[in-house]
Design a protein around this ligand. Sequence first.
Ligand SMILES: *Cc1c(COP(=O)(O)O)cnc(C)c1O
Length: 380
Amino acid sequence: MPTKGKLKSPEKFIRPLVRKLDGYVPGEQPQASDIIKLNTNENPISPSSKVLQAIKKAADSRLRLYPNPTAKPLRYALAQLHCCQPENIIIGNGSDELLALATRCFVEPKSSGAKTMKEIARQTIQYFTPSYSLYPILANIHGARKNEFKLPQNYELPDISSLIKGKWNFQAALTYITTPNAPSGAGYKTSDLAKICKDQNGIIILDEAYIDFAKETALDLTKRFPNVIISRTFSKSYSLCSQRIGYFIAHPKLITALDRIRDSYNTNELGQTAALATLTDLSYYQKQFKHIIKARSQTSKTLTAIGFDIIPSQTNFIFAKPNGLSAKDWFTKLRKRKIITRWFDTKECRDRLRITIGTKEEMEKFISATEAIVKKSTRR
Ligand SMILES: *Cc1c(COP(=O)(O)O)cnc(C)c1O
């Protein structure tokens, strides 16, 4: 019988899982131009002029056409860069899209019927805490089980015996490892990651969003282990957050599977164009990385000298514990001075701030603001 005339609450039409879901909370994107923005790990420098020109040149009547559905030219260029085949690469609308696709490709949603350890593992997504805060959200959206493994105090990668002693699941269907890690900034050795990849009977995604600021990449592990996926993005180091281009490198069988469930036109033509042009001017970016790494070590040194605790960083941000005031206070007082950083209100993170490394000038302003704030807080 049709329900005529009755008022219906739309709420009941929504899947129970979605009704209760908390979405990802992105960092603020303030509009004011006088703000020093050190909160979302963007590169402070403009994309290369070659990239800007390529986008402008591509913005014409061709916008009416669908983009290249498989981003073929970009995959060929990336294959050349990484010494692999185009079949090893899938392009995503940001790496976030691919991280989400992986849940649907490799993990069964939770069912109450699962009894054996093996069935439970097939429904499990695993990651370290703290790491990228999107992972638990993706697991929740998919309705998967979560296995969180707490990192030690120094944020270093646990060895196999600690994983065994803890509740690491070596059978988990999908494991995300941010390397170098966020928000700690700590780098992991490829040889240590290899030991985990070797013992893990499930997919491991090594999320290398910050690899250009690190000492080593684990890219070769995709050649040694068929269960390993490397995730990369043009967002952070290549100043292209707005264009949404990320990619996975992995065994062609994994790439084909991901391709099957991907939207046909998941990345737009201007994004593909911008990423391709980026690859023609890599030396421009490599110069920027050197500046950022230099500003990172300068900032770390100065903060350490005033008694702050800094985790040695291999990324374009630092994770700093203040001295003489709480992290929350530091965050609020910087904000009043129009400097925005990121404070995560969780047990593991709330006594530190994550500070993106900006330009040399921005970091000098950040340091003087911090010194003034500390002076005021410790007076009286
Ligand atoms: C920023 C970030 C991403 C997402 O990058 P997009 O390609 O812009 O979606 C993925 N992983 C980590 C760890 C990040 O910090």
